[in-house]
Ligand binder design. Structure first.
Ligand code: BES
Ligand code: ZN
Length: 671
């Protein structure tokens, strides 16, 4: 039961560092950096001035894109034909679309049942990645067909429609054609309305050499010889559901695959380089377990008939959640059954869990604008752990969440140059900047705290309400808060705004007094800063869900409160004088705790006899490390810890506390 004191109304690049080094300390450090994405955090002060930016006009919008692409894997060019069913909402004589590095050859618009009107001008606004098609007469309101013929380059920039180099088993160098559209690069493959809120259906066909694999979001519905060239075939894919352009994908190349059907009837394939199909088996097992997990969790079925996961030789991100055709860097998908270590398997399981979560959260319901990208990524970065914990409980994956994402997010967010999770985004060039460890790891950490505050049952209920209400549409962060608020009756928006709209997090100072059979706790909160005690003039405050456990049951919260003011007193009933009291069960709350010296001292036996759970010890150790490092007068605490740990001569107390906590954790195999 949660008690409110007063009712308040890399690129996120994957650095896979290989097997951990032998030393315990290095072990911890290497693990916490394994999931490091972007290595920088945004300094708002240092941010360049925002470029003026206008979204696409709403007078003409797409209903269905019928798109045929013919890549040339030797010349690195492609030809494209687009026939878009469009709706003119307001009479106009021009159509503005996104377009970059593409040459339009002809364009025309035919109102339904009427004559074609040929565009007389294509005005490229290169800076804005837009093109304005001008027509000699007014396009009246109603539906019609926009036809555009165009050519482009299969570029080597790993974005848009690009070429990916691979070597055949016989040593020959060849190229595949691959897409990466998020955030704003679909416009490099075909002229389109390249904004997440402008959804439409897609009929895609590819003209490819007949010995190549051709894949797209949907299943193949037709494959026939290409009339002009007997070496080519035209592959036609089924119509997609209504979706955003950044989730469209196609791949043409040489691949092997392994295949299964998940228990809910979805055809799952993992595509690997030729000769390496064995290495796709682990990801296939993960995907087949993961799909039913999400179907159950969200209580919404996976909406496509198939899902392909494919390893791409040249890939900028770690993985990309294109609907029905998820692309991965090879190290994030392939497992060599003979030579891989368990941490590689865990990583693959997390990446698959992450991208498949997006098939619902992101693809079925899509953020209205890039400002809400943190929610997309933060949510997937949290639920990937929930999913892996469900499918592979033996991994003890939440301990890794704390030692990697949570710890890293706190380290970065305690710096003066951190930034709020939610950053307003204007020009597309700003989008890439916000894919950093704050949006991913702090985002995931605050969703984890929220899930714990709400409780799994109501959280699931709220997720189902949100996904059902907004399916095939777009939503903003506030929409999710509203659904969760309706499901739980708790003040979700008020709580979450304090975590997403301001940077940093609190340090909770706590001291205790025994009053007869009860323990009185005095709590206060203050912003935590890595550089030393916070001395700012404003008083940032958070609404902090706090759990409190005691040695009576170290695995169960005795009390849950919502700290919604700077200071609070809490009474813990029936706590004997010899019992310890600890905050932040499971290290779920995104705050640090500073205990009074007597509370801290009383906790040390709980570390020594291992009655404190491993993630609690890890959290305690993190907090101690950061507090001993820079915070105010902790001399007394240092002395006490030194005494309790029974050490005599070690000059570096931090090292000692760390080593002690690590050895205790290690003995219990929690890492
Ligand atoms: N949507 C992102 C991929 C992405 C990131 C596209 C940045 C464009 C720019 C995807 O869901 C993602 O988060 N990928 C992660 C790997 C994931 C397992 C954490 C990545 O690429 O690091
Ligand atoms: Zn993601």
């Amino acid at each position: 039961m949660w008690l409110a004191a007063a009712a308040p109304s890399l690129a996120r690049r994957l650095l896979f560092l290989g097997p951990p080094p032998p030393s315990l300390l290095l072990l911890l450090l290497s693990r916490s950096s394994r999931r490091r994405r972007r290595l920088h955090s945004l300094g708002l002060a240092a941010m360049p001035e925002k470029r003026p930016f206008e979204r696409l006009p709403a007078d003409v919008s797409p209903i269905n894109y019928s798109l045929c692409l013919k890549p040339d894997l030797l010349d690195f060019t492609f030809e494209g034909k687009l026939e878009a069913a469009a709706q003119v909402r307001q009479a106009t004589n021009q159509i503005v679309m996104n377009c970059a590095d593409i040459d339009i050859i002809t364009a025309s618009y035919a109102p339904e049942g009427d004559e074609e009107i040929h565009a007389t001008g294509f005005n490229y606004q290169n800076e804005d990645e837009k093109v304005t098609l001008s027509f000699p007469s007014t396009l009246q309101t109603g539906t019609g067909t926009l036809k555009i013929d165009f050519v482009g380059e299969l570029n080597d920039k790993m974005k848009g429609f690009y070429r990916s180099k691979y070597t055949t088993p016989s040593g020959e160098v060849r190229y595949a054609a691959v897409t990466q559209f998020e955030a704003t690069d679909a416009r490099r493959a075909f002229p389109c309305w390249d904004e997440p809120a402008i959804k439409a259906t897609f009929d895609i066909s590819l003209v490819v050499p007949k010995d190549r694999v051709a894949l797209s979001n949907m299943n193949i519905i037709d494959r026939k010889p290409y009339p002009d060239d007997e070496n080519l075939v035209e592959v036609k894919f089924a119509r997609t559901p209504v979706m955003s352009t950044y989730l469209v994908a196609f791949v043409v190349g040489e691949y092997d695959f392994v295949e299964t059907r998940s228990k809910d009837g979805v055809c799952v394939r993992v595509y690997t380089p030729v000769g390496k199909a064995e290495q796709g088996k682990f990801a296939l097992e993960v995907a087949a377990k993961t799909l039913p997990f999400y179907k159950d969790y969200f209580n919404v079925p996976y909406p496509l008939p198939k899902i392909d996961l494919i390893a791409i030789a040249d890939f900028a991100a770690g993985a990309m959640e294109n609907w029905g055709l998820v692309t991965y860097r090879e190290t994030a998908l392939l497992i060599d059954p003979k030579n891989s270590c368990s941490s590689s398997r865990q990583w693959v399981a997390l990446v698959v869990g992450h991208e498949l979560a997006h098939q619902w959260f992101g693809n079925l319901v899509t953020m209205e604008w890039w400002t809400h990208l943190w929610l997309n990524e933060g949510f997937a970065s949290w639920i990937e752990y929930l999913c892996v914990d469900h499918c592979f409980p033996e991994y003890d994956i939440w301990t890794q969440f704390v030692s990697a994402d949570y710890t890293r997010a706190q380290e970065l967010d305690a710096l003066d140059n951190s930034h709020p999770i939610e950053v307003s985004v204007g020009h597309p060039s700003e989008v890439d900047e916000i894919f950093d460890a704050i949006s991913y790891s702090k985002g995931a950490s605050v969703i984890r705290m929220l899930h714990d505050y709400i409780g799994d049952k109501d959280f699931k209920k709220g997720m189902n309400m949100y996904l059902t209400k907004f399916q095939q549409k777009n939503a903003a962060t506030e929409d999710l808060w509203e659904s969760l608020e309706n499901a739980s009756g708790k003040p979700i928006a008020a709580v979450m705004n304090t975590w997403t709209k301001q940077m940093g997090f609190p340090l909770i100072y706590v001291e205790a007094e025994q009053v007869e059979d009860d323990r009185l706790l005095r709590l206060s909160q203050k912003k935590f800063c890595a550089s030393g005690p916070y001395v700012g003039e404003d008083y940032p405050q958070w609404m902090v869900p706090i759990t409190i456990s005691t040695s009576e049951d170290a695995n169960q919260a005795k009390l849950k409160i919502l700290m919604d003011k700077p200071e609070m007193n809490v009474v813990l009933k029936n706590v004997k004088p010899d019992q310890w009291v600890k905050l932040n069960l499971g290290t779920v709350g995104f705050y640090r705790t500073q205990y009074s010296s007597s509370m801290l001292e009383s906790l040390l036996p709980g570390i020594r006899d291992l009655s404190l759970p491993p993630v609690d010890r890890l959290g305690l150790q993190n907090d101690l490390f950061s507090l001993l490092h820079k915070q105010a007068d902790m001399q007394e605490e240092k002395n006490r810890i030194e005494r309790v740990l029974g050490a005599t001569l070690l000059p570096d107390l931090i090292q000692k506390v760390l080593t002690f906590a690590l050895s205790v954790s290690y003995n219990e195999n929690c890492f």
